[in-house]
Design a protein around this ligand. Structure first.
Ligand code: HEM
Length: 520
């Protein structure tokens, strides 16, 4: 029977589904063939499946739970310094190209898909478009300047004092300290007091199990799911999230308790601006509410901006601090003793705590911090940028406008030419002759106009975190953690911070240390 006659008679449900499936299959196959053979990126090397559809990457990252970074290492070995990893995406493994993508002159936008789980245009970080993001950055930047950080360093000091008291009590009770959780709570508290004038006191939570901080950690874990599935139309997304919630315990995107607290605080200030004068020190809310620059943000926009600082500033700093601590303890005490000796040279009496400026003058401490940043990477996922309409030349290749391009920090930090024995934690590499040139290759804060806004605060916290716990405690790895390092081959930082969940996600053993208070 003629198809049109059948249609006019009315189709059965089965026929409708069959036709829909056939149409969908036809569309997918045609799109895949186009992507592989006729797409403007078809001349770039890479697996055919990757070129055919973004579903290849989604399958690896969500269903197989594989880190794209592992796959990328193999792909770059096979295909060279540029690989096509999705129909419209290229990944590079060439430090020179890192500087071309993330250059100070860059005006490129952030990729929509990659940043979707964090929201759209709700904060500096989530604003895709360069010029809009710059306006927002200019607003908050004064609160993150070196001058402000120096003047508020006492807050960071207070947070560390609180942590040290908790650690002393734990030691007296015969308990170890999970240094990863402890630093996460500390840095959460410190960012909240630096930005908002109040501390969550997460550090006081039993065994550092703070609900607010855990909420952050869990949302990191589900990053890959949300990144890929937010692309689907709502009904598919809903079905997928039910399935993944049951099978993989994916959580809903968090509506954080802390966000509510910040929102309430801002609403109060909008209602009664005189309350702002009562904060113990200048906060980021002061700069956000300052309308003298001509930009007026809504209460929601301010709250979203402000809460993003907590997300951006907690795990990043604590990852670097925890990694540095664990690895500086992993070599029979050589690094620990060297660090302590250097600290004692400027900090002979425990009660005379040195300022940030003094700590910054210590070469070995600085080298430990740099090595901690190098191996904790800041962000782990390739930070995808969109090539502007006119196209660009990257690594000698013409890349058409609209292409998403990126190079993960791991490909700079593990580059064996720049950093020989790249997986080894070796602070000395930052002290050897000519080491100043290496600084440009420590890209943990990224580079260019979208690089880290909180860099001054981050450095302040990192110096203080490492200095205080190494000077104020005699530290030792707990046996289980020590065993990781005694095994052959020994554990590498990458093994601990292995999972790419935008930020590196700790997916290994609890990082326990014995921390006995120093007596001199
Ligand atoms: C060791 C600690 C830190 C590291 C390694 C780090 C690293 C980074 C990196 C790699 C980016 C770029 C992300 C992207 O391109 O999408 C970034 C952006 C950002 N960071 Fe940090 N960060 C740290 C601490 C902080 C702190 C303490 C704050 C503030 C409280 C902060 C606030 C921001 C903001 C607002 C952005 C967005 C900038 C933009 O998109 O223009 N970060 N950070």
């Amino acid at each position: 029977m003629n198809v049109w006659a059948r249609i006019s008679e009315g189709w059965t449900a089965r026929e409708v589904i069959s036709v829909a499936l056939l149409t969908l299959t036809g569309y997918v196959v045609t799109a895949a063939l186009y992507n592989v053979y006729f797409h403007p990126l078809s001349k770039f090397p890479g697996p055919r499946l990757a070129a055919s559809s973004w579903l290849w990457k989604a399958y690896l990252e969500v269903i197989k739970g594989e880190s794209i970074l592992d796959r990328l290492s193999k792909l770059h070995e096979e295909y060279g310094p540029v690989v096509r990893i999705a129909p419209d995406e290229l990944h590079f493994n060439d430090p020179a190209v890192y500087n071309e993508i993330y250059t100070a002159r860059s005006r490129w936008n952030k990729d929509d898909v990659m940043y979707a789980p964090f929201g759209k245009d709700t904060s500096i970080f989530t604003t895709r478009e360069f010029r809009e993001a710059k306006k927002r950055r200019d607003l908050s930047a004064p609160h993150f300047s070196r001058k402000t950080v120096l003047s508020l360093q006492g807050l960071i000091q207070d947070g560390i004092d609180e942590l040290c008291e908790v650690m002393i009590k734990r030691d007296a009770d015969g308990k170890t300290t999970d240094i990863f959780r402890a630093f996460r709570c500390l840095d959460f508290d410190n960012v909240s007091s630096f930005c908002f004038g109040w501390s969550e006191h997460a550090i006081q939570a039993p065994d550092f199990n703070s609900a607010a901080v855990e909420e952050l950690q869990h949302s990191n874990k589900d990053f890959q799911f949300w990144k890929h599935f937010l692309r689907f139309p709502l009904p598919v997304l809903l079905l997928a999230s039910v399935y993944f919630r049951i099978k993989h315990k994916i959580r809903p995107l968090p509506y954080s308790t802390v966000y509510r607290r910040i929102k309430k605080q801002i609403a109060t200030y909008i209602d009664k601006p005189e309350e702002l004068d009562k904060t113990p020190h200048p906060t980021v809310v002061h700069v956000l509410m300052d309308s003298s620059h001509g930009t007026k943000l809504s209460a929601t926009a301010m709250a979203e901006e402000a809460s993003l600082f907590l997300i951006a500033g907690t795990d990043t700093t604590s990852n670097a601090s925890a990694l540095g601590t664990i690895f500086a303890l992993s070599d029979d005490g050589y690094m620990r003793d060297k660090l302590k000796e250097e600290l004692k040279s400027v900090w002979p009496r425990l009660e005379d705590k040195p300022s940030l400026e003094v700590l910054e003058s210590l070469p070995y401490l600085k080298a430990v911090c740099k090595e901690s940043l190098r191996l904790s990477h800041g962000a782990m996922s390739p930070l995808m940028r969109v090539v502007p309409q006119q196209g660009a030349v990257l690594g000698g290749h013409y890349v058409p406008g609209g292409t998403k391009v990126g190079m993960a920090h791991t490909f700079v930090h593990f580059n064996p030419t720049l950093f020989p024995e790249p997986h080894t934690f070796r602070p000395e590499r930052w002290l050897e002759p000519g080491a100043e040139a290496l600084d440009t290759w420590n890209v943990a804060f990224s580079k260019g106009p979208r690089s880290c806004l909180g860099i001054n605060l981050a450095w302040c916290e990192l110096y203080m975190n490492i200095a205080h716990i190494f000077r104020r405690f005699d530290l030792k790895l707990e046996q289980g953690v020590q065993k990781l390092f005694d095994n052959k081959p020994p554990v590498r930082p990458y093994d601990l911070w292995h999972r790419d969940c935008f930020l590196p996600y700790l997916d290994g053993a609890d990082l326990l240390v014995y921390a006995t208070p120093s007596i001199d």
